[in-house]
Design a protein around this ligand. Structure first.
Ligand code: 6GU
Length: 264
């Protein structure tokens, strides 16, 4: 999968070079490029923002740097994209269009639909994701509308609270998506019994020692009875979900008689 990120704070995304995602990049499973939006400006101050038409607080990100950055990612063809090619140091320069279909452009915004595990799964099979990290009050709507002619446009929020910009939200989405790509996580089985994979939260887990500060590991986990352990774990998942996220249970249809008895 190819992932491009555009930001005025490319250093923010440095954390993606660490751990499993960094390894996937090193191994070529992920082709991750971070672009500095200011590389697509031509004035002395590398201006990316201006005051809002109609008045109001804060600043708005200008359309043209965004269009040039996105054209660069699309493989260019425009004079602006061509002339800017040499000035971009953070990427390899050999950009190519996605193998099939249009790239998906994710625009992090608290005004978007809320990202979740289903969307992460959907995005994990894409060829090319582009993240446009806005700052200030947001990006000029005209370049968002224009981008819809070239990309599969997906505004996306990560929850009902406000962040200062799209960088952290993009990192959240990139991590959630890329760990679902085959080869990014060492043991794919660790993906199957996770919270949100099947609508239930995960069961509590324990490791050695069997007794720690007078607290014992639940006996059944030491029994070797795999059927009983699986049932116990499902029961704990049901209880935990009912306790902290009853909203998730409402949307579940795979509950049998035993499941319902646990929830009584
Ligand atoms: Cl994606 N961006 C910003 N700026 N704030 C947010 C968000 C995104 N999701 C929740 N709050």
């Amino acid at each position: 999968m190819k992932i491009d990120v555009v930001s005025i704070f490319p250093e923010y995304l440095a954390g993606l070079q660490l751990s499993l995602i960094g390894k996937a990049v090193d191994q070529g499973v992920l082709d991750l490029n971070v672009h500095d939006l200011r590389d697509f400006t031509f004035d002395r101050h590398s201006t990316v923002d201006d005051s809002p038409y109609g008045g109001g607080a804060g600043m708005v990100m200008k359309a043209e740097p965004w269009a040039l950055a996105l054209e660069h990612i699309l493989g260019g063809g425009s004079p602006g994209a061509a002339s800017v090619e040499q000035t971009v140091g953070a990427d390899t320069g050999d950009e190519e269009p996605a193998a099939a279909g249009r790239p998906i452009l994710i625009v992090p915004s608290p005004a978007g639909p809320v990202f979740n595990q289903r969307i992460a799964e959907e995005l994990s099979v894409a060829d090319h994701l582009v993240f446009a990290c806005g700052r200030y009050e947001g990006i000029d709507q005209r370049v968002i509308d224009w981008s819809g002619e070239h990309f599969d446009l997906r505004p996306m929020s990560i929850g009902d609270y406000v962040l200062n910009g799209g960088e952290v939200a993009s990192m959240v989405m990139i991590e959630a998506v890329s760990r679902l790509i085959p080869g990014v996580i060492g043991n794919p089985e660790s993906l199957t019994e996770e919270s949100h994979e099947d609508g239930l939260l995960e069961y509590p887990i324990y490791t050695k020692p069997a007794s720690w500060r007078d607290r014992d590991v639940p006996e059944i986990l030491l029994s070797g009875n795999h059927g009983a352990i699986a049932r116990w774990r499902r029961d704990r998942r049901l209880e935990r979900t009912a306790d902290v996220r009853p909203d998730l249970l409402a949307g579940l249809d795979g509950l049998d008689k035993h499941d319902r008895a646990i929830l009584e």
